[in-house]
Ligand binder design. Structure first.
Ligand SMILES: [Zn+2]
Ligand SMILES: [Zn+2]
Length: 450
């Protein structure tokens, strides 16, 4: 079997994920159907969590495009309908979020909770498969979007913004940029597939695939991509590197590599087609001469404690878990260690603009200590083909000691897109992930690198 480009691998994985999710949905649907039949006793006393949220079972829109005069008259505001139940765990997690949204965005959009155990017909009327399901309606009562499962405050607000709803003063995303300030005008083959950085013609690495060549800025970025591929890992025969002295492509399998140390103590990799030239370089510049297999084991020796991707310790964000050291390949991954290990962690991050220290300690999935308290996170985000907000990957996430530094950094990176969020929000986005989602985190395609 030949190699596919990583994106194609990811698509296969996504299909698998969709299949797996479908199986889960079916189970949930069966469970819900049972509950619906068992009837009203199920909801009962435990619906207190959702008591603050409107609990009225308004008439569902017919065919999800309500145009009945009564509905139109009542819905001058856009409306969010959450269908759930008092006892379902993600529904319980939604309840305080919905209550707060209702308060913060009164006059901007309506929030309505429907308990499908108390109102068994509602599930069918709204055509939902699982609970919770959130449905976004425009002012005409027309369904604009629906989401299944837990949906965070951030995601809900981002969805409203995407639908063009003015969120006004309650808008907590004080700063975001979802369209680049300037287009990326670089030639596609000069951009690293993995890190999006410029490719130095002296260190370019190429993965040959059935769908064309994938270019990396260096063998290091190739190995990061390699560590992100779960199966169908490419063979060395499909990798070409660049001869450092001649600037010409050479098969990775037959190349010799001088593995040295550059600025900031980061490893450097120089490839040579001729072993004698590699040895000569090593004698003047220092380092070790390695063949591909030894280079690979060195490159894969250190990995992210959240997503398992290869990372140089010098590039990583340090994490301590019960006195043991691990690391995140980015600041978001560092927080993700708390979710993956279900333990309290200490993260030592650096401001992406100034390098100033930012310390975070977590306690039971929340930020217990943040130093400095003004620190904020930039969540690198873009829209996928369907307009859904997705991460732009580990290379585009950053922490800053304050909002001013973040804005300065964003101004200096006109192609960067994303949102400013609190460190607590960044942690919450990781803590809500299921073990299954964590096991797939950062695998190629998920963060949609170029
Ligand atoms: Zn790169
Ligand atoms: Zn990672």
């Amino acid at each position: 079997m030949g190699n596919e480009i990583p994106g194609a691998v990811a698509q296969d994985r996504n299909r698998l994920a969709v299949k797996a999710a479908t199986v889960v949905l079916l189970f949930v649907a069966v469970g819900m159907a049972l509950h619906l039949k068992e009837g009203k006793g199920q909801a009962g006393s435990d619906s207190a969590a959702s008591a603050e949220v409107s609990n009225s079972a308004a008439l569902p829109p017919s065919g999800h495009e309500a145009s009945a005069p009564s509905a139109a008259a009542a819905t001058v505001l856009p409306r969010l309908v959450d269908l759930g139940a008092g006892k379902c765990i993600p529904c319980k997690m939604m309840a305080p979020i919905l209550a707060q949204l209702k308060e913060d965005f009164a006059g901007r959009f309506e929030v309505q909770f429907i308990d499908v155990w108390e109102n068994p017909d509602a599930g069918e009327d709204y055509g939902i498969q699982i609970i919770p399901t959130q449905i976004f309606y425009d002012t005409a009562g027309k369904e604009q979007f629906r989401h299944e499962g837990f949906f965070s405050r951030e995601d809900i607000l981002a969805q409203w913004m995407k639908l063009g709803v003015e969120l006004g003063d309650g808008e907590p995303l004080e700063f975001s940029r979802l369209e680049p300030a300037a287009p990326d005008t670089r030639a596609k083959d000069s951009i690293c597939y993995m890190c999006d950085g410029d490719i130095d013609p002296k260190t370019r690495a190429i993965l040959k695939t059935e769908k064309g060549d994938v270019a990396f800025c260096s063998p290091h970025c190739y190995f990061i991509a390699y560590s992100s591929m779960v199966d169908n890992k490419p063979a060395v025969e499909s990798v070409a590197v660049t001869d450092w002295s001649a600037g010409t492509p050479v098969a990775a399998a037959s190349a010799s590599f001088v593995y040295g140390v550059g600025v900031d103590n980061r490893p450097t990799i120089k490839a040579f087609g001729d072993a004698a030239v590699a040895t000569a370089e090593q004698q003047t510049a220092g380092g070790n001469v390695l063949e591909w297999a030894a280079l690979q084991s060195k490159e894969l020796a250190t990995s992210c404690g959240f997503c398992d991707r290869a990372v140089y310790p010098e590039d990583a964000c340090a994490v301590k878990v019960e006195g043991l050291n691990t690391r995140g390949c980015c600041t978001m991954c560092a927080l993700g260690v708390a979710a993956r290990m279900q333990k309290d962690i200490h993260v030592a991050a650096k401001d992406a603009l100034t390098g100033d220290a930012i310390a975070t300690e977590t306690l039971e999935g929340h930020v217990a200590l943040l130093d400095p308290p003004s620190a904020v996170a930039w969540a690198g985000t873009t829209k996928d083909a369907e307009g859904k907000l997705v991460s732009t990957g580990c290379f585009k996430q950053a922490f800053f000691v304050n909002e001013a530094n973040l804005r300065t950094w964003v101004d200096a990176h006109p192609t960067a897109t994303g949102r400013m969020i609190t460190i607590e929000q960044a942690l919450a986005e990781k803590m809500k992930l299921t073990p299954q989602q964590i096991s797939k985190a950062c695998k190629i395609g998920e963060c949609a690198p170029k």
